[in-house]
Write a protein that binds this ligand. Structure first.
Ligand code: SF4
Length: 674
């Protein structure tokens, strides 16, 4: 029996492999034996005809890919890097990579090539939450764990459809409800999660800040704020109070598009429950005001003092299995390594630790900024690992055009059918889940080992080994002298000691213990309400809805919402090939409210053309009253979805505004079944 961990979502369920099948690990705390269909299907995605199994090169887009030897491909990469300059080189990584993979890629780029243009697809997922945590508490630290819901009275889920995106966490919520937990879902859609809630608040898209401002005003008016907590642990209350009191309540409620009675019901839930956790994901994060939306929600908890005590707090849910591990290592271009920034002292410490005098000294390009710079033909080399930016970055026509201006794109991938493939020059075969080993951190700071379950496919290599080979080809053999993943993790553990406060206490356990268990880093960090800000107090930030997203208009009367479906993962490269996963919902469809369908004379399953200012898609219609009037929902498994989405970025987190694209529709085809 081999113990491992699921490589799909941020819940990070423990699994057991028994010669031919995967089952949930009963002893593992994150899931206690529970798993969803995706997790147990991972075995079926390893040996498939869609795997990339050999390195391939082509010299130009109109040339075919041809086999190339590994060592020749490494020399080629090294030559391309040498003939460029650090600011023209970029790495684009993934929350699917293990921490060891991330560590080596980050060390190579930021430590030895001198470029901090190292970003990850986690930028598009939870960077708004990272920035909000840093602004309020001074640290990228998720202070709530999944099991805390068992000590809570009320869970408020905002823009988070956990029943489809975090299935096992949702099962835990359902269990907790049986013991008395109340659940409120705030979402423009009556999602599968809302079906199991006590209250559903169908906010109009983009009105989240208005809603939380109303809540804050009510807490103040009703004298329900926690004055003791505010006086002792909050910075900025007086300024906040002056500003929030000027907001027009009637207008805020109108923008939320909910009744006064529904808002009152929410407030009664808030007042009648002592211990409250709020959890959120893309509905707040993926916005031009993603950070502000996070801050507005966190403010509700700060004002009421419902933070940092059992059963209370603010819980950002990460989408990917190792999104948090990437943050710890330094996979975002806005951090250097191990939660250190680019200040002089940190750069010096990191340089000494890595024994390099070429450490990057300023933040680098974020995901979409790489596109903006590539448009000016200022990126020479782009190395992409385990992610599919052509599929997932917004405004795809723009991204495709920018990619064509990059002279050398390396795609490291385990699968052969990415949307990025047509734009790559060199393609390197990576080991997928089950053929490699290393560690990952789930959404509640639990560090676990992913184990190798079968032999490695003959010409495939784990990501850390590929980045090590590139480092060797560049002449950095001594600094990248790794033979196994465990050596890299040991180095990372030691590096975590560089931080002054040493909150990232990875050095507090032996790797061996992960073989049969897990480790939770930074537990109870804010026990005494002592935060990592200069004043040790949490910062209260006044925010207001700046209405910068696209809004519906006469020409574009709909707003597109995007999200996951339960049994598929992103572009469905893996899950789409497993028969047992393909029956729940089709990969591509568009949901529309019955009144809107009637107004456009559209019937179920007909094809419509959905058009935004950036592109069009043909989609089959699914008519449902679970969606708010004036909204459309398209699942992210529709691989062309980003021809429609907007590339507006949050100014602080640089996270794209995926969920607020204004659209128009026309009937395109006659009835045909999906
Ligand atoms: Fe994997 Fe997430 Fe499903 Fe757990 S809930 S089995 S981590 S996809």
């Amino acid at each position: 029996m081999i113990k491992s961990v699921c490589g799909y979502c941020g819940v990070g369920c423990g699994l057991e492999f028994d010669t031919s099948k995967l089952v949930g690990d009963i002893a593992y705390p994150s899931n206690e034996g529970l798993v969803c269909k995706k997790g147990v299907s991972e075995l079926h995605t390893m040996q498939t005809s869609s795997r990339l199994l050999r390195p391939y090169l082509r010299t130009a887009y109109n040339q075919p890919f041809e086999l190339i030897a590994w060592d020749t491909s490494m020399k080629l990469i090294a030559n391309k890097i040498r003939s460029s300059t650090p600011e023209r080189i970029a790495f684009y990584l993934s929350g699917q990579m293990l921490s060891e993979d991330y560590y080596v890629a980050n060390k190579l780029a930021k430590g030895f090539l001198g470029t901090s243009n190292v970003d990850t697809n986690s930028r598009t997922c939870m960077s708004s939450a990272v920035v909000a945590y840093q602004k309020v508490f001074g640290l990228d630290y998720v202070p709530v764990r999944m099991d805390d819901i068992n000590s809570s009275d009320l869970l408020i889920l905002v823009g988070a459809n956990v029943a489809e995106a975090h299935v096992v966490f949702h099962n835990k919520i359902k269990k907790a409800r049986k013991k008395g937990l109340k659940v409120i879902v705030i979402d423009p859609r009556f999602t599968s999660t809302a079906e199991h809630a006590d209250l559903h608040i169908p906010l109009r898209p983009e009105s989240d800040i208005d809603f939380f401002s109303l809540v804050a005003l009510r807490l103040i008016e009703d004298k329900k704020i926690n004055t003791h907590y505010i006086e002792n642990h909050i910075e900025g209350f007086d300024t906040y109070l002056k500003k929030i009191k000027k907001l027009p309540k009637t207008k805020l409620l109108k923008r939320c598009d909910i009744s006064k009675a529904l808002f009152e019901t929410f407030m009664q839930f808030f007042y009648n429950n002592e211990n409250i956790i709020s959890a959120w994901t893309m509905g707040l994060n993926q916005s031009v005001q993603g950070v502000d939306k996070n801050l507005a929600l966190i403010n509700m908890h700060l004002l009421s003092g419902k933070v940092d005590k059992k059963g209370n707090g603010v819980f950002s849910l990460t989408g990917q299995p190792n999104a948090m591990g990437g943050r710890e290592v330094g996979g975002l271009s806005t951090t250097l390594a191990v939660h250190l920034g680019f200040d002089e002292a940190s750069v010096k410490k990191v340089g000494e630790f890595w024994r390099s005098d070429n450490v990057a000294s300023k933040p680098g390009l974020t995901a979409f900024e790489i596109i903006e710079v590539a448009e000016r033909r200022e990126i020479d080399v782009l190395i992409i690992c385990h992610t599919d930016p052509i599929y997932h970055l917004p405004n795809r026509h723009r991204v495709e055009a920018a990619f064509k201006k990059i002279p050398f794109i390396v795609e490291i991938n385990a699968y052969d059918d990415s949307q990025t493939k047509p734009f790559a020059h060199l393609r390197l075969p990576a080991s997928p889940w089950g053929e490699k080993e290393g560690t990952q951190t789930n959404m509640d700071r639990t560090v676990t080992r992913q184990e190798r379950l079968t032999r490695q496919s003959i010409d495939c290599k784990p990501d850390w080994e590929i980045f090590t080979m590139i480092a060797h080809a560049m002449g950095f053999k001594n600094a990248f002298n790794y033979n196994v993943a465990a050596e890299i993790f040991s180095e990372f553990q030691q590096m975590c000691r560089l931080s002054e406060n040493q909150h990232l206490n990875f050095f507090d356990f032996e790797q061996e213990t992960l073989k049969n268990g897990s480790f939770v880093w930074g537990d109870n960090l804010y026990k005494d309400h002592h935060y990592y800000t200069p004043s040790s107090k949490a910062n209260l930030h006044f925010v207001q809805n700046l209405r910068q997203s696209e809004y519906s208009s006469l020409e574009y009367p709909f707003i597109i919402l995007t999200g996951r479906t339960r049994d598929q993962w992103h572009s469905a490269t893996k899950t789409g090939i497993v028969d047992s996963l393909t029956s729940y919902k089709p990969q591509s469809f568009v949901e529309i409210h019955p009144d809107d369908a009637k107004a456009y004379d559209i019937e179920e399953h007909q094809k419509i053309k959905v058009t935004t200012r950036r592109g069009s898609l043909l989609l089959h219609v699914s008519i449902t009253d679970t969606i708010k009037k004036g909204c459309l929902f398209i699942p992210v498994t529709e691989t062309g979805i980003n021809y429609l989405t907007n590339d507006l970025l949050d100014p602080y987190s640089k996270q794209p505004d995926y969920n607020h694209s204004a659209a128009k529709i026309i009937l395109y085809g006659v009835t045909s079944h999906i």
